[in-house]
Design a protein around this ligand. Structure first.
Ligand SMILES: [Zn+2]
Length: 240
């Protein structure tokens, strides 16, 4: 099983590792900082350096307990020591979007009552969230955007905690989706991402350390996806 370095240090851009499995199209490392994708956050890209040569990491995916790094290579890399380097601008953008999604979710709950995030997807230049919030209207977006940007500029710390399942279950709404709740029941140790003073939830993604790093967001699109489901698309804006 690969040690997932990004779970404890989202800011790790380079790392040393050993190839423990070579599957031809992809390799498995004993440890990795490459995020394999999940929870609406795309996988990382970058390269593996082997004897001074760069092998581009085209994509990364999780397959059961393995993280597969797709790299084109001719000779077997089994047992070879590599240096992994992440495409940092891309990843850092994802971290900002990911943390912003938490903030929007938290603001919806705290100011507007129970609004449940039902999905989200991050891209390199935008992100969208789906919320179960029947009363949400396009006209409410400017106010919502202002409140989210206020939370960003407050400079709230974002911390990662590893809790026992019992401890995690004492936190209200720690797992908000059905798959999340099912996963929680299987875990002995639960990774919790907390925006101090605002929000805490079970989470396997990468986030910024302080909300101020997001800069600001701008909500660019609103869609009615049904009586309950509303979709908001937003971009990072300002100071970037
Ligand atoms: Zn998250």
């Amino acid at each position: 099983m690969t040690e997932l370095l990004y779970l404890t240090d989202s800011y790790l851009k380079e790392f040393e590792a050993t190839v423990v499995e070579d599957l031809g199209e992809s390799v498995v490392l004993d440890r990795t900082a490459f995020y394999p994708g999940g929870g609406g956050q795309p996988n990382d890209t970058g390269y593996l350096e082997v004897d001074g040569e760069r092998l581009e990491v085209l994509s990364v995916e999780k397959a059961e307990n393995k993280v597969l790094h797709h790299v084109k290579h001719e000779e077997s890399l089994l047992n070879v020591k590599v240096k992994g380097v992440i495409n940092w601008p891309r990843r850092y953008t994802f971290m900002k979007y990911h943390t912003a999604i938490h903030l929007i979710d938290a603001v919806l709950r705290n100011y507007y009552g129970k609004a449940f995030l039902t999905g989200g997807q991050i891209y390199e230049d935008k992100a969208r969230i789906d919320v179960d919030f029947p009363e949400l209207k396009r006209e409410m977006l400017p106010e919502l955007e202002t409140r989210v940007n206020q939370e960003i500029s407050t400079g709230r710390e974002v911390i990662v905690k590893f809790l026992s399942r019992d401890e995690a279950m004492n936190i209200p709404e720690i797992a908000r989706t059905k798959p999340g709740q099912e996963l929680l029941m299987k875990l002995d140790v639960v990774r919790v991402v907390e925006i101090v003073g605002l929000d805490a939830q079970m989470d396997g993604g990468t986030h910024v350390r302080n909300t101020r790093e997001i800069g600001a967001i701008r909500m660019v699109k609103f869609e009615n996806k049904g009586a309950h489901n509303k979709r908001i698309e937003f971009v990072l804006a300002g100071g970037l």
